[in-house]
Design a protein around this ligand. Structure first.
Ligand code: SF4
Length: 109
């Protein structure tokens, strides 16, 4: 499976995405069911309040993503325990733009 990952821009200063790359490569964490996946793109939300996820999710689909992944820095607040306050809106906006055939994975590790 090919996935596109969207992450928190505010978290870039403290996390380069290392754990996300490991769990996708090894089929661990959120990818235990899918097995190892290929990353077609690894982008940020564009900054608060995350409205840029809409064109970015479309771009990831255009690049071949079969699922959109919202990383754990957004949904769980890794690594500092500070989840995105806009997560529900971002997830719903992504679901709307990609349509019912593209699954949304709401965490990574
Ligand atoms: S909108 Fe959420 S995911 Fe994006 S930078 Fe702000 S806190 Fe991070």
């Amino acid at each position: 499976m090919k996935v596109g990952i969207i992450r928190c821009l505010q978290t870039e200063d403290i996390c380069p995405g290392t754990a996300c790359f490991l769990v996708t490569k090894d089929g661990k964490g959120a990818f235990q069911e899918t097995g190892p996946v290929d990353i077609v793109g690894f982008v940020t939300c564009g900054g608060c309040p995350g409205k840029r996820v809409i064109p970015r999710a479309k771009m990831l689909i255009d690049k071949g993503a079969e699922a959109i992944v919202l990383s754990s820095c957004m949904s769980k607040g890794n690594p500092i325990g500070y989840p995105c306050p806009h997560f529900a809106n971002i997830r719903d906006a992504v679901m709307k733009v990609v349509g019912p055939d593209i699954p949304i994975i709401e965490w990574t590790h």
